[in-house]
Design a protein around this ligand. Structure first.
Ligand code: NAD
Length: 482
């Protein structure tokens, strides 16, 4: 039997009468069937969310926080089972699957605490006997559209702040990981989220995503996914508040004074963790030519030790689906045509599932396609440079700007890199991945539109500020005039 949509506190079938399948990318076995939602379902979900908003916005934020804490507590109790579900439905190795669930736990806990802050500010007035302050207001109904690569964490990064601010939600997860979404929404229901406050509509981008983006009664869209779809969202959302978290072409710079063994650990984790399918995955390594050969040698040796297979007992799991394999193959053939030098890997693994060898190219220059476009697979481009200035120039030679890192023991170079690399995140002597929920997350340039998720700034995306003046003078006072 197919899993249902969750609308107005009830599990219901889609009005399309159609379903779709989610599979395990490691063995192509069916995980389950899900409702192929459509515009009618989105309309029902929005109506339920509008109705629920009237009450939910008036629930004191600390009380909303209690529900979020309960969500965190149930997630924690089920962490092992849910971590395995992530591995089975999305493919990443089990340690990362558990990490995905842990990130959701952390975010629900963090945002529960935010219920006792949601700060505005008070300030002075230019007039006597007049008080001024700002308060935070919810937006209304928010549409949340998510990708598949963090099937618990990314929905949590959106649902938790949306709820603590007093919004109600229409949630559309990726069609590659709907089972994780259903499990998360069941937990929200169990934790006491009132009916209509969170509504789940599974289905395709065109049938469910587009009606959400264009819906006149949705106040805001929070979207995480590819740059192409992000542009569509920006162009079609009208005057809604829009948060976009898009792709990356993340870089690690390795200087000639760096601890190379430390750098290799960071590069392997960044490039091949999650099979390269993180928005913050390391896809370029810019290395000082003096240490290029030594770094490459250590990197190839370490990469060869990685095991590839089902994520429950291997280091590197499968890619998400057949299309992802074809995309990686396409970029590898372009790189070969453009005469980048293949050092390791480059092939699909001929067995059931969507496995691909960790792949390393060297002699890559900024003009090459694999140095510019997001591949979203285990493909690493090594780019040798003659000095630090060229390293920074190469780092900034892409249209994306999400994550970056530098390995160096020279504090001056580290601080110049922090100042000059065009990215939303810069790590020093650590990989391009490793965000924590209480710090802002997001990118510059084509990675988004300036929105930040997580931490206190994560509240900005899901609330707006009202300015309040209270005049207790008992007479008409005129600003700028009296
Ligand atoms: P995608 O853009 O294909 O899909 C994302 C979501 O949008 C899915 O739910 C999809 O069904 C929906 N969608 C598709 N077309 C739509 C449309 N026209 N209107 C509305 N919704 C539509 O991305 P994906 O393949 O799921 O995820 C991979 C991408 O996500 C990569 O580019 C990656 O870098 C990016 N990503 C970014 C971040 C970040 O925080 N910056 C985090 C994770 C992933």
């Amino acid at each position: 039997m197919a899993h249902k949509l969750y609308i107005n506190g009830r599990w219901v079938e889609s009005s399309s009468g159609k379903t779709f399948k989610s599979i395990n990318p490691a063995n192509e076995k069916t995980i389950g069937y899900f409702q192929a939602g459509n515009k009618k379902d989105v309309d029902k979900a929005v109506n339920a969310a509008i109705k629920a908003y009237k009450k939910w916005r008036l629930v004191p934020p600390p009380k909303r926080g209690e529900i979020l804490l309960e969500v965190a507590s149930i997630l924690r109790k089920r962490k092992k089972k849910l971590g395995k579900l992530v591995t089975d439905e999305m493919g990443k190795q089990i340690k990362e699957g558990l990490g995905d669930v842990q990130e959701a736990i952390d975010m629900f806990e963090y945002m529960a605490g935010e219920g006792r802050r949601l700060f505005g500010f008070t300030t002075t007035s230019e007039l006597r006997n007049k008080f001024s302050m700002t308060i935070r207001m919810p937006l209304g109904v928010v549409g949340l559209i998510t990708p598949w690569n963090f099937p618990f964490a990314i929905p949590a990064w959106k649902i938790a702040p949306a709820l603590i601010c007093g919004n109600t939600v229409v949630f559309k997860p990726s069609s590659d990981t709907p089972m994780c979404a259903v499990e998360l929404v069941k937990i929200l229901e169990e934790a006491g989220v009132p009916k209509g406050v969170v509504n789940l509509v599974t289905g395709s981008g065109s049938e469910v995503g587009v009606p959400i983006v264009k819906h006149p009664k949705i106040a805001a869209i929070s979207f995480t996914g590819s740059r192409e779809v992000g542009k569509f969202v920006a162009a079609n959302a009208g005057l809604k508040k829009v948060g976009l978290e898009l792709g990356g072409k993340n870089v690690i710079i390795v200087m000639d004074d760096a601890d190379l063994d430390l750098a290799v650990d960071g590069i392997i984790w960044g490039a091949f963790g999650t099979t390269g399918q993180r928005c913050t995955a390391t896809s370029r390594v810019i290395v000082h030519k003096r240490v290029r050969d030594e770094l490459l040698d250590k990197l190839v040796r370490a990469t060869k030790k990685l095991t590839i297979g089902y994520g429950m007992n291997h280091d590197i799991g499968p890619l998400i689906n057949e299309r992802a394999v074809e995309k990686v193959e396409r970029y590898i053939s372009i790189a070969k045509k453009e005469r980048c030098k293949l050092v390791l890997g480059g092939n699909r693994i001929p067995r059931k599932g969507f496995f691909f060898e960790p792949t390393i190219f060297t002699n890559v220059k900024p003009k090459h396609t694999i140095a510019q476009e997001e591949i979203f697979g285990p493909v690493l481009a090594i780019m040798p440079v003659k000095n630090f200035d060229q390293a920074i120039e190469y780092a900034n030679s892409v249209s994306y700007g999400l994550s970056s890192a530098i390995y160096t023991n020279d504090v001056n170079k580290a601080f110049i890199a922090i100042r000059d690399i065009e990215a939303g995140l810069t790590y020093v002597n650590s990989s391009t991945i490793g965000s924590e929920v209480h710090l802002p997350f997001g990118g510059v340039k084509d990675t988004g539109n300036g929105a930040r998720e997580g931490g206190i700034l994560g509240i900005e995306e899901f609330s707006e500020v009202k300015t309040v003046y209270v005049d207790y003078s008992g007479k008409l006072q005129k600003a700028q005039i009296d």
